[in-house]
Design a binder for this molecule. Structure first.
Ligand code: GRF
Length: 216
């Protein structure tokens, strides 16, 4: 592989266990990428401590710090651009991505959802609510989905899914733990597959990513 490492920019809101799993996979050489910058919106998020211990630059950015959502969107673009981010990784980010970031990184923003989309996705379907509904519906399987982000919640093209069995004794909490373990494997491996070209992003994302990675 002659291409340079991909530069990853992360967005997260809370714990950041996916951020950590991906950053460690990069440091271990399993993902040909550098975790470059983290943007988080919640000042108390545990993810900021994880970023500090993994030596990843972190910026707390949210609407309260800017005059408008448009200003926030512009400043986020500036931070991503200053860090020369190639691929944006949403890892438990609870805010909507602004239109400028969506446009600039069209086809190059990935998200992870803790269910087998298109089931259990869309507005209001996040965190434990997803697992509660899956258990309530007595589904026999659930899992995690990696998809490309578009303007509609959880509707972009699906890149990969990992499944877990749901058993009668499962609670939403026990299911969440099982799914999170799958996420920690699935997210790094899918990012690596995107970087290597084994999994293609929707255009113009894929071509832009290839062009950027082939520059020295
Ligand atoms: C994960 O379950 C992910 O699927 C969802 O938010 C959660 C984030 O967990 N989008 P963590 O912050 O990475 O621990």
């Amino acid at each position: 592989m002659n291409d340079r490492k991909a530069r990853l920019g992360f967005f997260a809101s809370h714990g950041g266990s996916n951020f950590e799993a991906i950053a460690k996979a990069c440091h271990a050489g399993q993902v040909h990428a550098d975790p470059t910058v983290l943007i988080y919106n919640n000042p108390n998020a545990k993810v900021k401590e994880r970023a500090a211990s993994l030596n990843v630059a972190a910026f707390c950015m949210n609407a309260s710090k800017f005059e408008s959502l448009d200003d926030l969107d512009s400043r986020i673009i500036q931070v991503l651009s200053e860090h020369e981010v190639d691929l944006v990784i949403l890892a438990g980010y609870m805010k909507k991505i602004g239109p400028k970031v969506l446009f600039t990184y069209s086809g190059r923003i990935l998200n992870i959802h803790p269910a087998l989309l298109p089931k259990y996705g869309g507005k209001g379907m996040y965190g434990m609510k997803v697992h509660e509904q899956v258990v309530h519906d007595r589904e026999q399987e659930s899992g995690a989905t990696i998809h490309v982000v578009t303007k509609d919640y959880d509707e972009g093209p699906i890149l990969a899914q990992g499944k877990v069995a749901v058993v009668d004794s499962d609670s939403a909490e026990s299911l969440a733990k099982k799914v999170l373990l799958v996420e920690h494997q699935l997210y790094p491996s899918t990012i690596q597959a995107v970087i290597s070209g084994e999994v293609r992003l929707p255009e113009p994302g894929d071509q832009l990513l290839r062009e950027r990675l082939s520059r020295s």
